[in-house]
Write a protein that binds this ligand. Structure first.
Ligand code: ATP
Ligand code: MG
Length: 390
């Protein structure tokens, strides 16, 4: 363990204005603490900057990976720490910097009483490096190497030469609760990730049509929820059976209305589940025009049965853009494993692309017991434990 190896954590300024500053910061600190609870390290929470200290070198990559899953952290840097003594700073700078090529020193002094200002530090340290490493030369505009020197108020000076971008966003848990409709596909986990990134706590709801859909299909939703748990601590997953509803629609209604009607039932159930679980909105992975059920007309008809906001963070995204995020967050490989979705049960040959509310309501009127069907589906909801530690 090297005492002076640290990881600097930076968070955005955006939400730190006004009265809510403490609320956001406390949530972020709490999320970081929970994320690193199994790691042998110390956390220091200073003003405007958090620091991970006293960890063994082989844990560095794991710690960084974990921090990259915490929303609200914008970037991290691995740094070396020393005291205010300029000799110590110089020794570290010499150790860290390359022996040849171009360089620049970029100092930042939040401790204003430090006897040198940033420009003086840049110049003095630059001169020392030039003197001790004659093959180095200074380039202020496009150097090969930038040595950052951060003089903090608490007696610490940090030196670092690279910065890693992190997830950004708002601390998880600071933007109310949403109910994510989680299928086994590529899109819905990404949709959940995007709202979680804005601080929303996620509860997931998965529809299945067992025995038309397999246990494996449900397992896939569980796997996806587990991956999402990296970003959404304590995410819960509930599973609802749509089997009876689908069988009834199949029996009573025109085949090409199947998907539209199923989706209206999904939305009704989702809204009830959301309200029962303290969620103020529904989140899904629809993207405009991707399939027949995602045209404006289809969305209008399915949206008509709910009164809470439905967030569709992927609505304007192309599939390849969604896949890029799915790969980044680690859900893609699981999402592309073969599975049947309940939407594919009793799939009509020609699904409606432009349904009208009037005709859809007419078809739905043939299902006399639809309120009972919804009640029954909700009564039989199954909450699945997804936490890996349980
Ligand atoms: P995905 O890749 O997320 O499965 P998709 O492109 O296959 O999406 P659809 O099957 O039309 O699109 O579903 C649109 C959205 O409806 C999904 O993103 C998801 O939010 C929700 N959804 C679809 N099937 C299910 C399901 N079985 N359980 C829960 N939600 C679902
Ligand atoms: Mg799907």
């Amino acid at each position: 363990m090297s005492d002076n190896n640290v990881i600097l954590i930076r968070f955005g300024e955006l939400y730190l204005k006004g009265k809510n500053k403490n609320y956001f910061e406390n949530m972020l600190k709490d999320n970081i603490r929970k994320k690193l609870k199994d790691i042998d390290c110390k956390l220091y929470f200073g003003r405007g900057r958090y620091v991970v200290k006293e960890y063994s070198a082989e844990l560095e990559t794991v710690i960084i990976e974990k921090l990259q899953q915490v929303f609200g952290i914008h970037s991290v840097s691995v740094a070396r720490r020393c005291g205010y003594d300029f000799g110590e700073i110089t020794a570290l700078a010499v150790e860290m910097s390359p022996n040849n090529g171009t360089f620049r020193v970029s100092a930042h002094r939040s401790y204003k009483k430090y006897p040198m200002d940033s420009m003086q530090i840049n110049r003095a340290l630059g001169e020392k490096l030039l003197e001790l490493k004659p093959k180095l030369s200074v380039d202020l505009h496009a150097p090969d190497y930038i040595l950052h020197v951060d003089v903090r108020e608490d007696g610490d000076v940090y030196l670092y030469d690279s910065t890693l971008r992190c997830a950004g966003g708002m601390p998880y848990g600071t933007s109310s609760n949403g109910l994510l409709l989680l299928s086994g596909g590529i899109d819905s986990p990404v949709a959940g990730y995007m709202l979680a990134k804005r601080g929303m706590s996620i509860t997931a709801l998965h529809f299945h049509s067992y025995p038309y859909t397999s246990e494996a299909a449900k397992d896939k939703a569980i796997q996806l929820a587990r991956i999402l748990e990296n970003y959404c601590p304590n995410i819960r997953l509930m599973c609802v059976s749509l089997t009876e509803i689908q069988e009834t629609i199949h029996k009573k209604c025109k085949p090409n209305y199947m998907i539209t009607l199923v989706r209206r039932f999904m939305m009704r159930i989702a809204e009830r589940v959301a309200r029962n679980n303290g969620c103020g909105c529904i989140i899904n992975g629809e993207s405009l025009g991707q399939v027949a059920s995602q045209t404006l007309e289809s969305i209008t008809v399915t949206n008509a049965v709910v009164s809470m906001p439905v967030f569709r963070p992927l609505i304007g995204m192309d599939k390849d853009e969604i896949i890029t995020i799915a790969e980044k967050i680690g859900t893609f490989k699981t999402s592309i494993e073969p599975y049947e979705d309940c939407c594919t049960v009793f799939l009509p040959e020609f699904p409606l692309i432009k349904p009208t509310l009037e005709k859809v309501e007419e078809q739905e009127s043939f299902i006399k017991n639809y309120a009972d069907l919804i009640d029954k589906a909700i009564e039989n909801i199954e909450t699945v434990s997804i936490s890996q530690t349980v």
